[in-house]
Design a protein around this ligand. Structure first.
Ligand SMILES: OC[C@H]1O[C@H](OC[C@H]2O[C@H](OC[C@H]3O[C@H](O)[C@H](O)[C@@H](O)[C@@H]3O)[C@H](O)[C@@H](O)[C@@H]2O)[C@H](O)[C@@H](O)[C@@H]1O
Length: 540
């Protein structure tokens, strides 16, 4: 069976930074509605909306205090209904972010749970007695420090794999699971297009045994969820799974198993961190390894799963700054990343601003950092004796604020994002990098994305074609073919900032589909690729 989410491209909106409509410096739902025509022009088929639910914003909405209410700064439920309806008019579905590994500590469930060991909601969360007067074990939070927080009143610890204001839900409790499914059905009934499931690989955790990802009950829970909610509907469901391997991805996304449509896996995104370190411990990207990861995922899922394809999201640094060039070669490198990714098999995701080549934003002081993950790490590493410059270097390379600076719409004050004071500083390069200028320039990165998105809709080879890697190319060059019903397309992408030489005499070019150096002749048999050059051609 074919699904709509296999032939389209998804656009991620981080609402806080997309478009403010009321001058409070925070993006909102009315702001998103006002930009739907722009997204329609880009051609995307769905929006993955980062959380818009009621939240005290310890983690910018990933700490939810009410799943069935809208965050006050973003608007109200009427605005949300209007967003769903207005998007639908433009053939765009809304995919909600489902954060059910944890809630906010201000969620009514946790407020009840904290009241005492006998409270009916106590078991919705994970509690444990101290061991020798200390934390139950050495589990660490992704946001630094212990994952256990002591609750004076009851003398027990509760688990928080993220901030201490994000207590983990206890999925072994069947009543909790039913409450989650009920909430999901509330949103499904509103006509949404699906769910992006936050750190869903953690819901089967067994904290007493220090098991977090891939617990034994994970897949039974997802099958139960599928049956109780979206199973009989054609919705997009994508799980965020840092721990996924091709083998486990098949467990999630094999249609026969009735779990999810696909997962986000992060193997490529971990290549610039030390294997035994944290994300902050940097190593240069080895393009050969990046290619190996792509090839592995493209070839190993087969018909037993479906890939998601992405370079960016709200947790990751901007790709042009990370693996490309955000100086003179920004435009060609941004287009190269787009071409290399969109011809692979799977569903591509575009993160807001990627389509105009937005870049990382450098900070020089803790005061300029909003993100809880970076702020906590800063304090932890400072206390451990790291030099401030080293900490800032890690944050500038990998911190999440890089991708969260406001969307750059035009060259007016605050990039047209707000008439007020933006909650996070706008990247000062907005007079040069903005949507207004991109739309006015037929050669801009925007039109590369628009063309790629349009091509996917009318070329089944891009969706279903068999992927084969071409090995006989230099390490810095990624080359592959797609084949479908007698047609063959060949894609070449130079990931290097330097020239590279390819010799592929076995292929004859019959048509050029797209290229980021429009004046370059494509010969294949004997060709020097310019820095970050990429193209896709029809070959015989
Ligand atoms: O709701 C809480 C957050 O949930 C999502 O993101 C999860 C975090 O993913 C990464 O951290 C996980 C680590 O996974 C592996 O151990 C890797 O080896 C490490 O490098 C990773 O750090 C990100 O680093 C975090 O920033 C994410 O929080 C949401 O997408 C987040 O926005 C939520 O904050």
């Amino acid at each position: 069976m074919q699904h709509w989410w296999q032939t389209t491209v998804i656009y991620q909106i981080y609402p806080r930074s997309f478009q403010d409509s009321n001058g409070d410096g925070i993006g909102d739902l009315q702001g998103i509605i006002s930009r739907l025509d722009y997204l329609q022009k880009l051609g995307i088929g769905a929006i993955w909306l980062s959380p818009v639910y009621q939240s005290p914003n310890d983690d910018n909405g990933y700490d939810i205090s009410d799943y069935q209410a809208i965050m006050t700064e973003f608007g109200n439920m009427q605005d949300m209904d209007r967003l769903i309806a207005e998007a639908k008019k433009r053939d765009i579905r809304i995919v909600m972010d489902l954060v059910v590994n944890h809630t906010s500590d201000e969620h009514a469930w946790f407020v009840e749970a904290k009241k005492g060991k006998d409270n009916p909601k106590r078991d919705y969360y994970v509690w444990a007695d101290p061991v020798d007067g200390h934390e139950p074990n050495a589990l660490r939070s992704s946001f630094s420090g212990s994952a256990w927080q002591f609750d004076e009143a009851s003398g027990q610890y509760y688990l928080h794999l993220f901030s201490k204001k994000q207590p983990d839900l206890n999925w072994t409790n069947p009543e909790l699971r039913q409450a989650v499914y009920q909430m999901m059905n509330f949103w499904i009934d509103k006509g949404i297009g699906g769910f992006r499931m936050d750190v869903i690989d953690l819901i089967g955790k067994i904290p007493e045994q220090a098991i977090t990802g891939n617990g034994p009950q994970l897949h039974p829970y997802l099958q139960e969820m599928n049956q109780a909610t979206f199973g009989d509907k054609d919705l997009l469901t994508v799980g965020e799974t840092w721990s996924a391997t091709p083998e486990s991805a098949k467990l999630y996304s094999n249609p026969d198993r009735h779990e999810l449509s696909m997962v986000f896996q992060f193997e490529a995104m971990m290549l610039d961190q030390k294997p035994d370190g944290e994300k902050w411990d940097l190593v240069p990207l080895d393009v050969k390894k990046l290619k190996e990861v792509f090839i592995k995922w493209q070839t190993q899922l087969g018909d037993e799963g479906w890939n998601s394809l992405f370079w960016n999201n709200h947790d990751l640094p901007r790709i042009v700054s990370r693996f490309g060039d955000d100086g003179d070669l920004r435009e060609v490198s941004a287009k190269m990343f787009a071409i290399a990714l969109h011809f692979m098999k799977g569903t591509p995701y575009v993160y807001q601003g990627e389509e105009i080549g937005m870049t990382n934003h450098t900070v020089t002081d803790l005061d300029q950092i909003e993100d809880i993950e970076s702020r906590n790490m800063y304090q932890e590493r400072l206390a451990a004796g790291y030099a401030v410059d080293d900490i800032l270097q890690s944050i500038n390379a990998k911190g999440r604020d890089n991708a969260r600076t406001p969307m750059q719409w035009d060259e007016s004050a605050n990039a047209g994002f707000t008439t007020g004071t933006p909650w996070l500083a706008v990247n000062p390069n907005y007079p040069v990098i903005n949507v207004h200028d991109a739309l006015a320039d037929p050669e801009s990165i925007f039109y590369t994305y628009q063309q790629l998105i349009a091509m996917r809709k009318v070329n089944p080879i891009m969706v279903w074609g068999e992927f084969s890697a071409i090995e006989a190319v230099p390490d810095q060059v990624f080359a592959y073919t797609r084949q479908w019903e007698g047609k063959k397309w060949l894609v070449v992408a130079n990931f290097g900032k330097t020239e590279a030489h390819i010799a592929l005499p076995g292929y004859t070019v019959s048509d050029v589909l797209i290229q980021n150096y429009p004046d370059h002749a494509i010969t294949l048999a004997d060709q020097t690729l310019a820095p970050f050059e990429a193209f896709a051609v029809v070959v015989a």
